[in-house]
Every structure is written in structure tokens, then in C-alpha cells.
Ligand binder design. Structure first.
Ligand SMILES: *[C@@H]1O[C@H](CO)[C@@H](O)[C@H](O)[C@H]1NC(C)=O
Length: 370
């Protein structure tokens, strides 16, 4: 689609530039030379956007109109020459493939003699490109992931952050990429980045961690081995941290519990019985942010559904009873507000569900004790 628009725009430019062919040719020559080592790449178009901007910038409507009038006055021979030129140009105008663009970006990223600005731009381009699952797999074939993972250690937080973001995007719903990125040791580095003083770095690191271990049992086991419970507990217990980190943590826990529900017969994981973590989750229900409350409730519900969960821990240590009651009252207050009523009602029904699951589980334990 983008290519079609671009070609259409370029055709307009070509027709408009009856006398100024050299200008177009100069522009396109750069396009064609997709050799990453050629210096003129810098002056050329590093992206479709760049080309489009250039083409639009060169197509003043007034000039276009005037020139199309000239075109009408052209002789048949002239017109035919123009058509041949146009055809040649279109042939030269082979767009670089995504794989070529990724190769250029990876080479730039790997070239330490290039200024930081180039690395930043390469990461931005990769971020867009890896959104396509095929590209993410091609990037693996190009050896792009080891280059990216090395950047997680970069001295500039901005570069580390962007590299984590690309890795997370590429790993999302992509078991092949997840496997390679895990094998290259990214998880430990990303977990280290969670201690960053830069919010954005921690946010992107957590995003990447989640993407890397989602629906991936090997990744999850590695996360448990590397004390992922402590990492998340520290996030949840730190009220100074950005709320996005709290939400992402709760979301990840809910996701892990769901995965554990499906595999409970094979392994028991101490992660879900870490009482500090459970308490931090229950405490986060006290937030006045409905979205956060909802995520906390959902994660707690999933954990309560696990057979191995010690419900008394929730009752005695985490004071889940009290927390649920406090949340009920708070939600009722939200319901008075027209804007919040609907959302608060949804969260309240989730809260009731959690309460019911909790009481049933408690009942079973008390019955068994009698
Ligand atoms: C790294 O970039 C410099 C400066 O553009 C260039 O001269 C050099 O050839 C590049 N190295 C590689 C391995 O591409």
C-alpha cells in the first residue's frame, strides 16, 4: 500500500519535472544503491517516510499543473521518450526489501565508530520492521538479536531502553524469536534493567520480559529460577514507582498464574506461594486507580484458582478479607460518578468473583480441618 502511494507520488513528480529530470535521478540513485557501506546512504532515504517527504516536497501543485499543460503540448515523440524514461526509472526504483533495511540497521547498530544518533535511528527502524512476524524471524537469521542484546549493556540508558523495546516487540507471540533471545541470555540483562533509575528503561525492560516469557514454559522457568518473584514484589511494594510498572507486573503475574493453571500437574512453583509477593498484590488493591484494581483482582483470582495455593496465607498474612471489603466500599463510591459507574460495576463483579473463590477455598480448608 505504502509503496503504491509512493510510486504514484513519484510518477507525478517525474511528470512534473519535465525539465528537471536530473533532480529526480539524483534522488533515486541513492535509493537504488542499497549497499550499507556506501556513504551516500546517509544523505539518502533511510525509510519510506523519508522518500515520501522528499517526493511530496518536490511536487508543488502549481508547478504540477503548469507542467501537465506543457505535457499536453508535447509531441508524440517527446511523449514516447518520456514514457521510456519513466519506465526505466520505475525499474531502477526497486524498493529495498525489509530484509535489506534490517541488514543496514543491524550493521549500523553494530558499528561502534558510528555516532550515537545512527544507533538510535537504527533502533527506531528495527522497532517498526520487527512488528511483522516474518521480519522478526528474518532478523534472527541476520544475527540481529545478538547485536541487540549487546545493546542492553550500553552505557546510554536511551539505547538500552530502545534495544529492550525492539527485543520485546520481536518476541511477542513469536516462539522462535523467544527461544533464541532467551538462549542468548537476554532475560538476566532485562531483569537487571528493572533496577534502573529511568522509568522508561524499567517499563520497556518489563515489557520485554513479559513478551519473552509469555506462553513460553522455558522462559517462565528461567524467570522463576532468577527470582522473578522478588523482582515483581519489589516493584509492587515500591509506591514511588510509575503506576505503569505496577500494572504491568500484575498483568504478568496473572498471565503466569494462568499458564501455571494449565501445567499444574507437572510442576509446582514456589513463585505463587511467596508471601511477600502475595501481600504486595493484595495491598495494591488499595489503589484509587480502577485499572490497577482490576489487574490486581484478576491476578489474585488466578492464583486462588491454583490447587497448591495456601488460602490461609491470603486470609491471615495478606488480610484479603479486609482488602476485599475496603475495595467494595471504594467501588461503591466510584459508582456514584457517572463517568466511572460502568467501569466500577465491572470491577465490582470481578471483586465478587474473587471473594467467592476465596471463601469457597477457605471453606474447603476449614472443612478438611474439622
Ligand atoms: C563503520 O562506519 C564507518 C563510518 O561510516 C565506516 O567507515 C566503516 O566502514 C563501517 N564499518 C563497517 C564494518 O561497516
Amino acid at each position: 500500500m505504502g509503496k503504491l502511494i509512493l510510486i504514484a507520488v513519484l510518477m507525478m513528480v517525474v511528470i512534473a519535472n519535465i525539465e528537471g529530470t536530473t533532480e529526480v535521478a539524483a534522488g533515486t540513485a541513492v535509493l537504488v544503491g542499497s549497499n550499507p557501506n556506501e556513504e551516500d546512504i546517509d544523505g539518502g532515504f533511510s525509510s519510506l517516510d523519508g522518500m515520501l517527504q522528499w517526493a511530496i516536497g518536490h511536487s508543488d501543485p502549481g508547478v504540477l499543473k503548469e507542467r501537465s499543460e506543457i505535457a499536453q503540448r508535447m509531441s508524440l515523440e517527446e511523449l514516447s521518450n518520456r514514457q521510456t524514461e519513466l519506465k526505466e526509472l520505475m525499474e531502477k526504483l526497486k524498493m529495498p526489501s525489509d530484509a535489506q533495511l534490517m541488514l543496514i540497521a543491524v550493521n549500523d547498530l553494530d558499528n561502534s565508530s558510528l555516532p550515537l544518533e545512527h544507533h538510535r535511528r537504527a533502533l527506531e527502524e528495527l522497532l517498526v520492521l520487527v512488528e511483522h512476524i516474518d521480519n522478526a524471524i528474518d532478523l534472527q537469521k541476520l544475527g540481529g538479536f545478538s547485536v541487540l542484546i549487546r545493546k542492553l549493556d550500553h552505557s546510554e540508558p536511551e539505547i538500552r531502553t530502545a534495544a529492550a523495546w525492539v527485543l520485546g516487540k520481536a518476541s511477542q507471540n513469536n516462539p522462535i524469536v523467544q527461544k533464541q533471545v532467551l538462549e542468548l541470555g537476554a532475560l538476566t540483562m532485562l531483569m537487571k534493567m528493572m533496577k534502573s533509575h529511568t522509568t522508561e528503561e524499567a517499563v520497556k525492560a518489563l515489557f520485554a520480559i513479559s513478551a519473552l516469557i509469555r506462553n513460553n514454559l522455558n522462559g517462565q522457568n528461567l524467570f522463576y529460577q532468577k527470582a522473578g518473584d522478588m523482582m515483581l514484589q519489589e516493584v509492587l511494594s515500591n509506591s514511588n514507582l510509575d503506576i505503569r510498572l505496577h500494572k504491568k507486573s500484575l498483568f504478568l503475574i496473572a498471565d503466569l498464574a494462568e499458564s501455571q493453571l494449565e501445567n499444574e500437574n507437572t510442576v509446582e512453583v514456589s513463585f505463587f506461594s511467596n508471601q511477600l509477593l502475595l501481600k504486595a498484590m493484595v495491598d495494591s488493591m488499595a489503589s484509587s486507580d480502577l485499572d490497577l484494581q482490576e489487574k490486581a483482582l484478576y491476578a489474585i483470582k488466578n492464583i486462588l484458582l491454583l490447587r497448591s495455593t495456601k488460602v490461609l496465607l491470603f486470609k491471615d498474612y495478606c488480610k484479603l478479607n479486609e482488602a476485599l471489603e475496603r475495595t467494595r466500599k471504594q467501588l461503591q463510591q466510584f459508582m456514584v460518578d457517572d463517568d466511572l459507574r460502568e467501569y466500577a460495576t465491572d470491577v465490582e463483579s470481578l471483586r465478587k468473583e474473587v471473594e467467592l473463590t476465596f471463601l469457597q477455598k477457605l471453606d474447603k480448608v476449614t472443612q478438611a480441618a474439622l
